[in-house]
Design a protein around this ligand. Structure first.
Ligand code: ZN
Length: 347
């Protein structure tokens, strides 16, 4: 057996004496709030469920005939209707008969037992009420933005697309079209529209930060204020600048003679390239640290930019240069593999 659905009046936040107009208004307000297109992330699934429940409630309560049956029998009104029909067909006053029409188990029923079931199931319902006429704040919205490292460094104005409720263009927001439920908005009087807003993101946001943009969520109703927009920030992977917290690492190619003799070279940073001094006698995998050239850090200040030296050989050499390298082979350097060979032999 499925779980008992929520009372339809409760879903709409209305009392059982609500007028057709109140039902319509409550439905339209909540449909705007719950519309799944307006939500993302974990909220979306929750809102889809609420939206479905709302539509079920509205479908029944907006139809006077269905509503009357619902008021009489509650959530089982459809089975009750089937029962009524079957009873009429079997002839009034029948003592007992098989009830299988609803397809949910069926069984032998007689009138008395049947009404008992409904009384037991639905005593205590109708606790609904409230909600109507009160200012209801709009829902908060959440969306993701992906920033480049450069945008993190400088701050950026991003265009963010959001779905916003707007009056339905088919029925001009009335919910009905030529006396029928509007096929575009299913009677809610509103549809959603993609809207682009500009959001200023300050410099130095961290990966995973939620940036709150006040008053950019869904509109409230009955004078309620707008919800807020939350931007979930992720930082785009950069193939050149590798991020480690607020520090940045980048590989800097240098020629062997630059490492040996020292050199002034241009090095990239997140902003403009800068001139750096590769000190004489730099190690092959040495790191140069450019202080405060990293990203803004959570605790204030900036991280560092590390230049990881990578010795590269020139792609081509002239005859003259070849001669220079040959002179190097006659040097008295220790075998650079000696330590490696010693360590592997010891195992
Ligand atoms: Zn419409």
């Amino acid at each position: 057996m499925a779980t008992t659905p929520r009372d339809f009046y409760q879903v709409l936040g209305l009392s059982r004496t609500a007028s057709a107009d109140e039902i319509k208004k409550a439905y339209r307000r909540l449909a705007r709030q719950y519309h799944p297109d307006l939500h993302s992330g974990s909220k979306k699934a929750e809102m889809e469920k609420k939206f479905k429940e709302l539509n079920e409630a509205h479908e029944v309560l907006s139809d006077p005939d269905k509503r009357q049956k619902y008021d009489q029998y509650g959530a089982q009104w459809e089975q009750a209707e089937a029962f009524e029909k079957a009873r009429q067909q079997a002839g009034a006053g029948a003592q007992g008969f098989r009830w299988e029409q609803a397809g949910r188990g069926g069984g032998d029923f007689n009138n008395e037992a049947f009404s008992d079931i409904f009384e037991n199931l639905f005593s205590g319902r109708g606790r609904a009420g409230g909600g109507r006429g009160f200012a209801v704040p709009g829902e908060d919205l959440e969306t993701e933005v992906e920033l480049t490292l450069r945008e993190v460094l400088t701050g950026v104005t991003k265009r963010v697309s959001l779905r916003e409720p707007v009056p339905c263009p088919t029925c001009q927001g009335s919910g009905t079209l030529r006396g029928q439920t509007c096929p575009t908005c299913y009677g809610s009087g509103s549809t959603t529209e993609l809207k682009t807003i500009e959001v200023k993101i300050p410099a130095g946001v961290q990966e995973g930060t939620r940036v709150r943009v006040g008053g950019k969520g869904q509109p409230g109703s009955s004078g309620g204020k707008r919800g807020d927009l939350y931007l979930h920030v992720t930082i785009k992977h950069d193939p050149i600048f590798r991020r480690q917290g607020s520090d940045i690492h980048v590989t800097l190619p240098v020629y062997p003679w630059e490492a040996v003799l020292g050199a002034e070279v241009m090095a990239p940073t997140l902003a403009e390239p800068v001139k750096v001094k590769v000190p004489a006698g730099s190690k092959a995998e040495g790191k140069l640290r450019l202080k405060d050239k990293g990203l803004p850090s959570a605790g204030g200040g900036y991280g560092d930019l590390f230049l990881n030296l990578q010795i590269v050989v020139p792609p081509t050499v002239t005859e003259d240069e070849r001669g220079l390298f040959q002179r190097l082979t006659k040097g008295t350097h220790p075998d650079p593999r000696a330590e490696l060979l010693r360590q592997t032999r010891m195992r």
